[in-house]
Design a protein around this ligand. Sequence first.
Ligand SMILES: [Zn+2]
Length: 281
Amino acid sequence: MSLPAKPLLTLTLDLEDESGLGPARLEVLADRILVPAERLGFRATVFVVGQLAHEAPGLIRRLAARGHEIAFHAHAHVPLPFEDPARFRQESQDDKKRLEDLAGKPVLGFRAPGFSLTPQTTWALDALAERGFTYTSSVVPGRIARYGFPGAPRVPFRWPQGLVEFPVPTLPLVHAPYLGGIYLYAVPLPVTRWIQRRAGSNGALWTYTHAQDMDTDGPYHALPNTPTWMSWLLWYARRRAVRVLPRLLESSTPNRPLGERAADKTPLTTFQARLGHKKAI
Ligand SMILES: [Zn+2]
């Protein structure tokens, strides 16, 4: 069987509103990604913070009606190391139910804010398995600046709790998540495409983006506690987002949303992580 000329890619989008943009603006920004993506045949996995089930129910309903998968992105975008396990467990249950009512479908997936599932925060997996989630997309495999899970496989695997993990696609050795966010916007696209083609034959790849990344009209602002060159680079990269992402999608073959891929019968390796957490719940 010959491989597809364009590598398979799943589109994922995080929907959170930490800058207080409001539901209407968030929808405009999400559509800057989703409308061109739909034209190319992509159905995305949209990771939504539970708060938005209260603040933007119409937006969630509309995204689901357009064929996108609704998944869970924690209640208030608190990274797992700062989360209270008991509260997380309760909110996972309540928000899952609310999102399912809006989507009209089971909500099966979870993404930790900031990919903050680490050896110290695997308590979250017990809570998610108990609540009926079937997969997560929460791990950067490797040692990387803020979070990261050293030793985790770089292709989809299974946790001992039974959940499937879709780890962030990374470059070997440097562990940079080259297919999403600021990495994708800052690196020249031909370089990304070259790496993607070399890595793409196993269908493990997905890209991630945020609705607010498409808010590219604003003037330059120096970021607090950030060197000027870095602040400028981030601003420049962000302004490229709205052009770069559709071009990446054009040079890829649409893969299914992560929830459908998690249900595949392909056997996956179970990852027995060496954990650094105490049983928290
Ligand atoms: Zn997020």
